[in-house]
Design a protein around this ligand. Structure first.
Ligand code: BDR
Ligand code: CA
Length: 356
């Protein structure tokens, strides 16, 4: 992270969506392990004129790699965008195999028991890191990479194609926790826990990284009423609501709540609208030891950091605005037919101010 970036949460002024036609859409890659909230995040990106989803790379995580790859293809097809290439990445963690998957949260096939029609598209023949490197080195515009699964592919990119990795415009990582403990162990959030060695490499690489962790995702709850607002909008939104049924059931059983946290969709909102979240540059270390703290993100909150490898940690969120943004964009996808990307934004965007 460059040390010139703002070190404290800031008020976000008027931004470019006021004039979307004259702006270049930001090239976007989603590195993902679908996953219910991953599927929502992909649909959110497809519904957003600010970004141009150029590539989806898949990784092990919520379910096995073959299933995350198949799910990515089917979600894109659901939205009429099977033209977006899908390249498969790492099937396991860098060093220690991930101890267990998350089928109890996402359903055994990863999409909450929903079976989507198969896509006519084939998987891109390139390994994910090669597809990523190709895009990063050929894009005229800086590319935003949203990493919403374990960080294995991004760590491999850094190792194999460091020059391409250095061209990442913004890296938005859903993972970790500064103040909220973990969601898979007492200490660790799922994506970091699934490959702590990869996360340790990525979060110390000096890339322009925003870390979107449980501190901002857990307060951002999609309620049954929110889901109902888009469920009836059309076939794509109805499928999105159907994925969430399993998530709602899990939340009710595990936490006794009637709302769900769509972690990855919030990370995508920051990717789509930079500055949605209030961030502070922090030194972040990942616990890669074998003990109870394995996978914990140790975020030094004593002071903002000026180190070149500091990470912008998301610490503030306007959850109501973020939920409204997601719901509005899913309503936009209601048609589901193959269609040209949109050229104008909606008024259901995150507010221009960051809640403090
Ligand atoms: C993260 O873990 C996964 O289960 C979700 O898809 C999200 O990326 C939340 O901890
Ligand atoms: Ca995920």
């Amino acid at each position: 992270m460059t040390s010139g970036a703002p070190a404290t949460p800031r008020r976000v002024g008027p931004v470019w969506w006021d004039d979307p036609v004259t702006r270049t859409r930001t090239p976007l890659v989603i590195d993902t392990d679908p996953g219910i909230d991953d599927a929502l995040a992909i649909l959110l990106a497809l519904a957003s004129p600010e970004v141009d989803l150029r590539l989806v790379t898949t990784v092990h995580g919520n379910v096995e790699l073959a299933q995350t790859t198949e799910n990515a293809l089917r979600v894109l097809h659901l939205a009429g965008r099977s033209d977006v290439p899908v390249a498969a990445g790492a099937g396991t963690s860098l060093v220690v195999p991930q101890p267990e998957r998350a089928g109890h949260v996402h359903g055994v096939a990863g999409l909450g028991g929903v079976v989507l029609p198969p896509s006519p598209a084939a998987v891109d023949p390139r390994p994910a890191v090669t597809a990523l490197a190709d895009l990063l080195t050929t894009s005229e515009e800086p590319v935003t990479v949203a990493a919403i699964g374990p960080l294995t592919n991004i760590a491999l990119l850094l190792a194999v194609y460091p020059g391409a990795a250095a061209r990442i415009g913004r890296l938005i990582v859903m993972g970790g926790s500064a103040t909220r403990g973990g969601n898979v162990t007492a200490a660790a959030e799922f994506n970091i826990w699934a490959d702590p060695e990869a996360a340790a490499v990525v979060l110390r690489a000096g890339l322009p990284t925003v870390l979107v962790g449980l501190d901002v995702t857990l307060p951002t709850v999609l309620t049954a009423a929110d889901i109902a607002r888009f469920a009836a909008a059309g076939p794509v939104a109805a499928q999105a609501a159907a994925f969430l049924g399993q998530y709602v059931d899990h939340a009710r059983t595990a936490y006794g709540t009637d709302g769900v946290v769509v972690h990855d969709a919030l990370a995508l909102t920051e990717a789509i609208v930079p500055g949605t979240l209030g961030t502070v540059l922090r030194d972040v270390v990942v616990d890669t030891g074998p003990g109870a703290g394995r996978g914990q993100t140790l975020v030094d909150r004593r002071a903002a950091s000026t180190a070149p490898d500091a990470v912008a940690v998301a610490e503030q969120v306007d959850s109501e605005a973020a939920v409204g943004f997601l719901v509005g964009r899913l309503v936009d996808l209601a048609g589901g037919a193959d269609r040209a990307p949109q050229t104008s934004g909606r008024d259901t965007r995150p507010s221009d101010t960051i809640q403090s």
